[in-house]
Design a protein around this ligand. Structure first.
Ligand SMILES: Cc1cc2nc3c(=O)[nH]c(=O)nc-3n(C[C@H](O)[C@H](O)[C@H](O)COP(=O)(O)O)c2cc1C
Length: 196
């Protein structure tokens, strides 16, 4: 295919984003933010949410025969154009549930589903740093996973319990705008990587 035709196709392509939240909690603020992202996704993209509930603790003895849930997860990652991770902060890092899911999909060696994927991160906490420490830990893993993280905007939502109501609705317009900006930037970043 000629280069200019290929570039035009990428420009018009609908970008598929796989979104995961690193919390299993029913009333999770981070899950709520991911739902908002799915609502706000621009017309030139779609966002599918994958629930990490049911991914068993990773056991390397079994990595060549992964359970169905992990197979499904890896398939979704591989077919997505880009990834959005919404992480809580647990003890200044990412929750074990998220790390376990990342590890599970990265194995066995030579079949790392994350390889080469553009990825954006956001997160919400009830603390004042809005998951900053967890997000930088997560970014460290992107190096070995060989992912392409979007640098900016950084979406770190502090004091989240004041911004999401009892029905799980985001009431803060500034946060909504930041999420929209993040999605637009992730789509542009994904198209840029695909056309290079
Ligand atoms: C095990 C654990 C550790 C936590 N550690 C932190 C922390 O290091 N920093 C922080 O800001 N909040 C911390 N929190 C509070 C979380 O920000 C809060 O529980 C948040 O609601 C979790 O996200 P979720 O609502 O999506 O489940 C911690 C919570 C738990 C359960």
């Amino acid at each position: 295919m000629e280069k200019h035709t290929e570039t035009a196709e990428i420009k018009d392509k609908t970008i598929s984003i796989l979104g995961i939240a690193g919390s299993l909690r029913k009333g999770s603020f981070n899950k709520a933010l991911l739902r908002v992202a799915a609502e706000l996704v621009p017309e030139n993209a779609r966002l599918e949410i994958f629930d990490l509930d049911g991914i068993p603790p990773f056991n390397q003895d079994l990595e060549s025969q992964p359970p169905d849930k992990v197979r499904e997860f890896k398939e979704k990652i591989k077919t997505a154009d880009a990834i959005l991770i919404v992480t809580p902060e647990y003890n200044y890092s990412i929750p074990g549930v998220l790390k376990n899911a990342i590890d599970s999909a990265s194995r066995p060696y030579g079949d790392n589903a994350w390889n080469g994927k553009p990825v954006a991160v956001m997160g919400a906490s009830i603390g004042m740093l809005g998951t900053a420490r967890a997000q930088y830990h997560l970014r460290q893993s992107f190096v070995f996973l060989d992912m392409y993280p979007l640098n900016k905007p950084e979406v770190m939502v502090p004091f989240v319990e004041q911004k999401i109501d009892q029905n799980g609705r985001l009431t803060d317009d500034k946060t909504r705008e930041k999420i929209r900006e993040l999605l637009v930037a992730l789509i542009a970043w994904t198209k840029r990587l695909k056309s290079s």
